[in-house]
Design a protein around this ligand. Structure first.
Ligand SMILES: *Cc1c(COP(=O)(O)O)cnc(C)c1O
Length: 236
């Protein structure tokens, strides 16, 4: 499984380089290794190679993996990056340190309710559908402020920022306007919202960029990049 170690080193170098090129501190960018459909042994290799954050898209799959890996000598953080249904909120708050994909008040309320039961303040990101593609989850940009005003009052939720998935392009530079728009939206929100009125809401995080375009996303301000294939290889 040396391939994973090599892939990871290569990705970390590229993240570092992209950060330096845009005058950013590389420490401000966290790599989320997206391990959906990846078998346990390969995830173990990734952890041994230094991965500290893993991202999963399906609750059932994540549950069994997280259980199986609970004996791991190093502790890792799990993020949820798939589409989440309110009826799975109970599991989501127990399994994940950060949920990247909140796109409704109803879902946030369900998470808040379940988080309260276990005395947790659940960190979340708001997923924004910048492109307006009907196949994509996420709220449209003009709805984000209203959503944050409602979700920001929930005691057991803290909104750390925004997440987006641009349309797929062969040329990563084509994704740049979508990444720029997410950052601009965040900046406008920070000005419009009196964040002091929403304890826990910081909006510092921007989750954007995948295997094909994470360097472009870093140039646009990403603080979390979600990389699967470039670490683990093609998913079966
Ligand atoms: C699968 C997935 C990724 C990783 O995609 P790669 O192209 O394999 O890097 C990132 N983010 C989300 C939300 C995903 O579902």
């Amino acid at each position: 499984m040396n391939d994973i170690r090599q892939n990871l080193e290569h990705i970390q170098e590229r993240i570092h380089k992209a950060a330096v090129q845009s005058n950013r501190n590389p420490e401000g960018i966290r790599l989320v290794a997206i391990s959906k459909t990846v078998p346990l042994e390969r995830i173990r290799s990734a952890i041994a190679a230094g991965v500290t954050i893993l991202g999963e898209n399906y609750i059932q799959e994540a549950r069994s993996k997280i259980n199986a890996l609970s004996d791991s000598p190093v502790s890792v953080s799990w993020h949820f990056t798939g589409h989440l249904q309110s009826n799975k909120a109970r599991y989501a708050v127990r399994l994940f340190d950060l949920i990247h994909t909140v796109d409704s008040v109803k879902l946030a309320q369900a998470l808040n309710h379940e988080a309260a039961k276990i005395n947790k303040v659940q960190a979340i990101l708001i997923q924004v559908n910048i492109s307006g593609e009907s196949t994509k989850s996420g709220v449209s940009p003009h709805e984000v402020e209203r959503l944050i005003r409602e979700i920001g009052t929930l005691e057991n939720i803290k909104i750390e920022g925004l997440m987006t998935m641009p349309p797929y392009f062969d040329n990563p530079e084509m994704a740049r306007p979508y990444f720029d728009q997410l950052r601009e939206l965040r900046n406008v929100l920070q000005q419009n919202l009196n964040l002091a009125a929403f304890p826990g809401t910081s909006l510092h995080a921007l989750s954007m960029g995948m295997s094909g375009d994470f360097e472009t996303a870093i140039a646009a301000g990403a603080t979390l990049v979600r990389v699967g294939t470039a670490i683990f290889g093609e998913r079966s």
